[in-house]
Design a protein around this ligand. Structure first.
Ligand code: C2E
Ligand code: MG
Ligand code: MG
Ligand code: MG
Length: 298
């Protein structure tokens, strides 16, 4: 009787899941967006923007993060927050992800050859890509085709992806790093606690989530958490990078507590290819840090 009950329950669950997926598939808005995105891939409406990453010690640009944009013919420039989730529902995200890696590595290679030899590239990885059986093979192949140096590539993976399957993540991280590619844990400090796992994961950098950075001036708890992350990063020999830095006050606090690197509107918004080319020409050897406003005691 137990077995029968169990299978009825399982069946119920499967039916429920089927119904849910079916509903998802039938959502007309979703379907429209999906169709639009397929067309967008064909018609090359996607574009990569690049946001400079700056080293606190030198004040100089050391890398760029590739950020996907969609130039929609009617809606204008659409941010990834509004279409990545839809792309994650089907195989589109795999195609898009591969395209981003191919295009951005080609582009950064051009900048390297133009005299910015040490410029690194950071690329965001989606959850579907991460768990795809050919994930590593695809990366190797793409980078080989573009002739980009593996040791100048960084992959951004969120902690929520990594803790979904810790054993798998450990294995993938090792494989990525064996290729010479570095790993940044993106959106670090947001809700998931992978502190336990950090010691097992071989990664290179923690990217402190912008939501924490935003609250530096107003929230003592946010400051405490950031402080703790930076101390921990140091002890684990990981690089710390703060995202979404918008004010000199935030910059000053982060430098005072020993954060290593930074990204944010304070220095540069994500720039399109031409804007980035110009930015590099004008700023590659400049110290981009803003002059300090106050003396912080951490
Ligand atoms: P993320 O990887 O955490 O990227 C940082 C986001 O913060 C970017 O948003 C960037 O434009 C924004 N940002 C940078 N500096 C500032 C600042 O000073 N203030 C504020 N308010 N925002 C700032 P974006 O470009 O809209 O991307 C959002 C998310 O979409 C990314 O978060 C990433 O998770 C995802 N994404 C972007 N491009 C790709 C991609 O090629 N593939 C995948 N799988 N995901 C992507
Ligand atoms: Mg990122
Ligand atoms: Mg992030
Ligand atoms: Mg994010």
């Amino acid at each position: 009787a137990d077995a029968a009950m169990y299978s009825a329950k399982e069946k119920g669950k499967n039916m429920y899941e089927f119904y849910q997926n079916h509903l998802k598939e039938m959502n007309p808005k979703q379907l429209l967006l999906e169709a639009d995105m397929r067309k967008a891939v064909k018609e090359k409406q996607f574009e990569i923007y690049y946001q400079p990453q700056i080293n606190f010690a030198t004040g100089k640009v050391f890398g760029v993060e590739a950020l996907l944009r969609w130039n929609h013919p009617e809606e204008g420039l659409i941010s990834p927050e509004d279409f990545i989730a839809t792309a994650e529902n089907n195989q589109l995200i795999i195609e898009l992800g591969q395209w981003v890696l191919a295009e951005s590595s080609k582009q950064v290679k051009i900048w390297q050859e133009a005299g910015h030899e040490k410029l690194h590239l950071s690329v965001n990885v989606s959850i579907k890509q991460f768990f795809h059986q050919n994930f590593i093979k695809n990366i190797e192949e793409i980078v080989k085709n573009t002739g980009y140096a593996l040791n100048m590539l960084d992959l951004e993976i969120t902690e929520s992806m990594a803790i979904r399957d810790v054993e798998y993540a450990k294995d993938i991280f090792d494989k990525i790093r064996n290729l010479g590619i570095s790993i940044s844990m993106d959106d670090f400090g947001t809700g998931y606690s992978s502190l336990n796992h950090l010691k097992n994961f071989s990664i290179d950098r923690l990217k402190i989530d912008g939501s924490l950075v935003q609250d530096i001036a107003t929230d003592e708890k946010a400051r405490t958490i950031i402080n703790t992350i930076i101390v921990m990063a140091k002890n684990l020999k990981l690089v710390s990078l703060a995202e979404r830095v918008e004010t000199v006050e935030q910059q000053d606090y982060l430098t005072a507590i020993g954060c290593n690197e930074v990204q944010g509107y304070l220095y540069a918004k994500p720039l399109n290819r031409n804007e980035m080319t110009k930015f590099l020409k004008e700023n590659f050897n400049a110290n981009l840090l803003k002059s300090s406003q106050m003396d912080y005691v951490p």
